[in-house]
Design a protein around this ligand. Structure first.
Ligand code: B12
Ligand code: SF4
Length: 452
């Protein structure tokens, strides 16, 4: 049978979030290939997570003087196994096709270097998919002609279409017993969790998985590009099917933490309520924790939902407030229903119910001032939450990326499409301001926690 090797590539940055590196997109892709009758192996270069300090790249020299300062990063690092280890895996497995995930503009340069090495040593077709592949397929093809195909969009939709017409996929499927994948629907597909060793993915000492119950978000936030992959019409799985995925992982992989990576899970309140009620009534899920680390859109949350969340095993809440300035929230098209009073009432209820809260702010939106960031931070600290500073970064294909006047140096170099580059300066917030605000928020968080 023909074999496919799917790879989550290494990355380079000042830090990473080790508890959220679960390669969910690749596991969905793996399941699609399995449904096509192919044998699939997933190689996660980020697990178990290896780290190595690297010399600071020249383009980030402006950050050198801050490295090692209190509350700042220590060094630039490489996360993941060596290219040599990946090449060895390819040699041993002898796949007929290699697929890599390309989720991030910021990490594309590492992926590009890896693909060039693979292509130098092997004559195996290489395809890539993911958010970055979807946002800039033409540009990627131009920059890296070695790639055989850049697959845009959701694997469940695009691969079956390409299977009928693309020479590489057609060749691969010649001897497959599966004749057609008409009607393949992500909502009834379970990602191939079984292809990963369960104990490699832990939070604390507990096995975790990431999963998705919905895709798509109807909002139009100017800094966001997820509609390119998932569209603007939210689609939900059946609650029963989500619970089956959880139950299987609970029983056979001892998973106790279930992390939802949905972009707007609470958008459909009725669905969310049914889900929470069903989980809390299932006796086998008494010792689980549910997290929404990608955040919940709070405009639909209220005290009764918070209570249900508590019962279902949610202990931490990640909410995105973006900015304390209502004019900015409107300018960047944050969802309606985000009045300050309502938001702080929600925080109060959540604190009363015992949730640990992190509220995320973007620092560096055009038009935002230093005063606003400080004032909002203090207000949030006063309300007893941890403040998550997210320095503004560009996402390819978002409204802001398309329309902001940017220097060619920043716009054309995807290495700058990351928070840690402090790359986008505005009239009110120069690089120095962005860094100072970032340090200030981190320091104030610690002071506030020490007080409690
Ligand atoms: C979880 C997550 C992370 C995790 C890492 C996940 C991982 N495995 O690597 C963490 C928290 C570490 C992370 C970090 C960052 N992230 Co992030 N992250 C996400 C998030 C919320 C969910 C990813 C996910 O699981 N999606 C669900 C799966 C099913 O979707 P998918 O991966 O797109 O896969 C589908 C298709 O793309 C396709 N597909 C995917 N892979 C492949 C491969 C092949 C071969 C094929 C054919 C198809 C295919 O089929 C899949 C099924 O339909 C996405 C937003 C989103 N909704 O996707 C942002 C997102 C990927 N992140 C983003 C960014 C920018 C970052 C940061 C670099 C931002 C920053 N702060 O600088 C940071 C880095 C911070 C740091 N140093 O840690 C951007 C990327 C935009 C871009 N093109 O550059 C996104 C899209 C969010 C956004 N719009 O801002 N992230
Ligand atoms: S609510 Fe979240 S997912 Fe939806 S458009 Fe805004 S940032 Fe993107």
């Amino acid at each position: 049978m023909q074999k496919v090797l799917l790879i989550q590539p290494p990355l380079e940055d000042f830090y990473t979030t080790s508890i959220r590196l679960y390669p969910l997109g690749l596991l969905y892709t793996a399941e699609v290939f399995q449904q096509m009758g192919l044998t699939v192996r997933v190689f996660d270069a980020l697990s178990p997570l290896k780290k190595k300090a690297l010399p600071l790249p020249k383009k980030f020299f402006y950050l050198a003087k801050y490295l090692g300062q209190p509350y700042f990063f220590k060094h630039y690092q490489r996360f993941g196994v060596s290219f040599a280890r990946i090449l060895e895996e390819i040699k041993n497995y002898e796949p007929d096709l290699i697929g890599l995930s390309s989720s991030f503009a910021a990490y594309f340069s590492t992926l590009e270097a890896l693909i060039k090495e693979i292509k130098q040593q092997f004559r195996i077709p290489v395809i890539i998919g993911g958010n970055q592949a979807t946002a800039a397929p033409m540009e990627i093809k131009k920059r890296v002609p070695e790639i055989d195909e850049v697959i845009a969009g959701q694997a469940e939709r695009t691969l079956p279409l390409l299977a009928e017409e693309h020479p590489v996929l057609k060749g691969l499927l010649k001897n497959s017993p599966v004749k057609s994948l008409d009607g393949l629907d992500w909502r009834t597909l379970t990602p191939a969790h079984n292809l990963l060793p369960a104990s490699d993915y832990q939070i604390g000492r507990k096995n975790y998985i990431s999963l998705q119950a919905s895709r798509g978000c109807p909002h139009l936030c100017s800094f966001c590009n997820i509609h390119l992959v998932f569209g603007r019409r939210p689609e939900y799985r059946k609650v029963k099917s989500v619970l089956e995925e959880m139950r299987w992982n609970y029983l056979y992989r001892q998973v106790r933490v279930f992390n939802f990576e949905d972009d707007n899970l609470a958008f459909n309140r009725d669905w969310f309520e049914e889900f929470l009620k069903t989980v809390s009534l299932a006796p086998e899920f008494r010792d689980i924790e549910i997290t929404f680390m990608n955040g919940l859109s709070y405009e639909n949350l209220d005290e009764s939902l918070l209570r249900l969340m508590k019962k279902a095993g949610v202990r931490r809440l990640d909410l995105s407030w973006v900015s304390g300035d209502p004019v900015l929230r409107r300018r960047y098209q944050r969802p309606e229903g985000t009045e300050e009073e309502k938001f702080f009432e929600l925080i109060k209820s959540a604190r009363r119910l015992g949730f640990f809260l992190t509220v995320y702010l973007i620092i560096g939106l055009p038009g935002q001032t230093r005063e606003e960031v400080v004032e909002t931070t203090e207000k949030l600290l006063e309300a007893g939450v941890l403040v998550g500073p997210s320095v503004f970064y560009l996402t390819p294909g978002s409204e802001l990326e398309k329309n902001l006047p940017l220097s060619a140096e920043i716009k054309n170099d995807w290495d700058f499409y990351r928070s840690t580059a402090f790359a986008v300066e505005t009239d009110y917030l120069r690089r120095q301001d962005l860094i100072e605000l970032f340090l200030y928020i981190r320091q104030r968080n610690l002071e506030n926690r020490a007080k409690e």
